[in-house]
Design a protein. Structure first.
Length: 93
């Protein structure tokens, strides 16, 4: 698995899940198949798109409201990820 220290910053464009190398260390939102949603810091990825998240919370939605349940360190297989993106703390328009 790759970690933040293994990445050459001059390499910026990668195809597929390899593009997540640019997001190592960032706070990410991960939506899974099956309606689960996790928010945590992306710490590692592998060639199959499997990711490691730290300081993770599972976000549970009920109608328009939500609650965060702490999960800690989790591994998510790439085949279960439906959507992944950087979590922005405040939107500026």
């Amino acid at each position: 698995m790759l970690s933040l220290g293994d990445v050459d910053p001059s390499l910026t464009n990668f195809p597929g899940s390899a593009s997540l190398i640019n997001d190592l260390g960032k706070r990410m939102l991960v939506k899974l198949r099956g309606h689960k949603c996790y928010i945590g810091y992306l710490r590692s990825i592998d060639q199959f798109g499997t990711i490691l998240l730290s300081e993770t919370c599972e976000r549970i939605f009920v109608g328009e409201k939500y609650s965060d349940v702490r999960q800690g360190l989790i591994v998510i297989k790439g085949e279960n990820i439906a959507l992944i993106g950087e979590m922005v703390s405040s939107l500026q328009y």
